[in-house]
Ligand binder design. Sequence first.
Ligand code: SF4
Length: 547
Amino acid sequence: MDAERLELIPLLLAIQDEFGYVSEFAMQFIANELRIPASEIYGVVTFFHFINKKPKGKFIIRLSRDMSSIMKGAKSVARQLRNDLGIRFGETTPDGMFTLEWTSCIGMNYQAPAMMVNNEVFSNLTPPMVHRIIEDCRQELYAHRPTVGNVGETHASMMSYSSHELNSGLIRAIREMTPAEVIGELTVSGLKGRGGAGFPTGVKWNLAAKAEGDVKYIICNADEGEPGTFKDRIILGKYADLVFEGMTLAGYAVGATEGIVYLRYEYTHVRPHLEAALAARRQANLLGRNILGKEGFSFDIRIHMGAGAYVCGEETALIESLEGRRGQPRNRPPYPVEKGLHGRPTVVNNVETLATASCIVARGAKWFTSIGTERSKGFKLFSVSGDCARPGVYELPWGMTVQQLLELVDGAGAKAVQVGGYTGELVPAGEFGRVMGYEDLGIGGSIIVYGQGRDMLEVAENYLEFFVEESCGQCTGCRIGNAKLLDGVHRLQKGTCSNRYLNDLIGLSHSIKTTSKCGLGQASPDIFIAINEHFKEEIMARPVLAA
Ligand code: SF4
């Protein structure tokens, strides 16, 4: 692995901070300095949404266009922005002050609509608020409104985390347990990865521990890009120490000395808080050499910023990005636990998984297995947004039905619920008796409630626009097929989709699923299939051409 390359993305972001964008001259200069072909630099620059390829305004306004934002008024906010700035989305004002863009979900769904102005986040927007923010920017008064840990009036129950005695898991492990015993505790607990894939955490740690290699890595996947998910941001804001404790435990268990938090660019505002927490841990000898006096156990953590690409939430794409490449998923095997970052054994765990691992080591597997169901142990955090009166983060035991969850969040009477984000499953009202757990709906944690009257074609259009935008382009089915499905939705909206063409598109949906390399393409057609299966009458209500 060429060392220069590792610095590529941080270098590109630093150039952008200085000059506002990465010019072709800068790319050529970097290519010469790092001895990397200019075409590859260009490939990286053009891959990430948050690396500017051309000059932009002093204030870059990015309005989130996830479904929760759309449902809560993002379109009227967009109108206000267009009117105030006199430009369309994708344009910059002639005086160079403002650039206006749509962006994918920024993790503020329960306070939607929301937007970023440069790296600051503004939420619960209304048109008058937007007008004031623009005026403040014009007068350069724009006040910092940090949102870290700010859950406002929103419900946020995280009982297991708030009652955790800080570092008690790490202290127990170092003083009383061997690395193998830590892995054993995790394995017996039945904890599965909370990012969505659900791979058993103890098994993952064990594979990495047994893998050959004197250098190993622990990566915390904080690239929380699944639309509708915001729990990881709140964990990082309120319980960062729990996550760092979990990473250190993983380091102890598998024999790693370096941890990396891969933080999505949209969460730049959380970084100062995380850096301060890391500094305090170093001060307290919870990171560094001979941690808590344990001879020979050294571990430290650094933060690496993502640059805006949903697919980097996939662990091999994340590793590619960390190595200074386009964030495109790799073929597996080999899996990261054998050959990950720089070809070394690497554990990639989600934020929630690591925080939960700390609680388990502190309290024991028995505590965890006493919660949940036979096949789904413990609790899970759910990010709830959309048409409900009590959006927010909920810590719940596995095994609840969708209906029970809806009652809790005051969303009863819903038409459908998207469980697991856009790559999850659309559950119609007739199936609200289904169980949230690996035996049925084993989900990543995003719940979007759709009330009666929501247009399911608009929902499908929104999802497919997202997938078209975020496809990395490696697989033909995903790259071209999703665009075809989006076109099919547009035809359905206009009433110009024949039955035959609709059937062709359903066939195409299944092909995309089977020919795609990663979870994005494997799940992206599900919304098209679901609206045809559950809402056929509604989507065919518009005049449709005969076959
Ligand atoms: Fe890229 Fe889509 Fe293929 Fe995933 S399925 S590797 S996002 S083209």
